[in-house]
Write a protein that binds this ligand. Sequence first.
Ligand SMILES: Cc1cc2nc3c(=O)[nH]c(=O)nc-3n(C[C@H](O)[C@H](O)[C@H](O)COP(=O)(O)O)c2cc1C
Length: 212
Amino acid sequence: MSSNTIEKLKWRYATKRFDSSRILSDEKLNILKETFNLTATSFGLQPLKLVIINKAELKEKLMPFTFNQTQVRDASHVFILCIERKINKEFIIDHFKRVEGTRNTPRDILEPFEKDLIASFTEKDAGEIRDWMINQLYLTLGALLTVCAVEKIDACPMEGFQPEKYDEFLGLDKKGLASVIVLPVGYRDESDFFINMKKVRRGVDELIIDLD
Ligand SMILES: Cc1cc2nc3c(=O)[nH]c(=O)nc-3n(C[C@H](O)[C@H](O)[C@H](O)COP(=O)(O)O)c2cc1C
C-alpha cells in the first residue's frame, strides 16, 4: 500500500454531520453501485440487494427509526444494505443459468456443482443461511467504505436503527428483503466535531502477529 492509500484511509471517518446541500454526482453514485456489484461473495451467489434513497421527504421519515441520528436526513443518499429473506433452490439454479449464459460453460460441467450447492443449502437451517448472508453483506460494507475513502465520499456505517421498522415502512419485506446496515453517503459538514478527532485504534503492533 502506498502512503497515499493510508492517507485516504485516515481521511475517512464515521461522519456524524453531513452537509445537506452537497449531492453526490451520478458518476460517484455509479462507482458505489459498481462496487456493491463487484464485491466477492461466497460461491458468487450475491444474496443481497442495495436499496438507495435520495428523496428528502423519505430520508426525514427514517429519522425516528434510526434513533434520531441526523445522518439519514442530511446525507446526499441513504444506502440500505439488505439480505434476501429466503434462499431457495430456484435462487441457486438462477445463478448457474447466469454462469452458463455469461461464460458459455457447458451444462454438464456446471450440473454437479449446482447439485452439490442445492444439497448443502437444503441441509442448512434458516438461521445458518441468514448468518451466511450477513457475512456476505458485511464484505460489501467494507468494500463500500474503502471505495468511499478513495473517492473522497463521506459515509457513516450504521447498525443503530430498527430494521423491522425500515422493512415495513419502505416495503422491503414485500420485496423479500431484510435490512441489515444503513449507510448514509455524501459530504461532511465542515462543522462536524468529529472531523479532527484522532483515530482511536489498538495499533498495528498490537493487532498484527508476525510469526517468523
Ligand atoms: C457495523 C458498524 C455499525 C456502526 N453503527 C453506527 C451508528 O449507528 N451510528 C454512528 O454514529 N456510528 C456507527 N458506527 C461508526 C463507528 O462507531 C466508527 O466506525 C468507529 O468508532 C471507528 O471510527 P471511525 O470510523 O471514525 O474511524 C458503526 C460502525 C460500524 C462498522
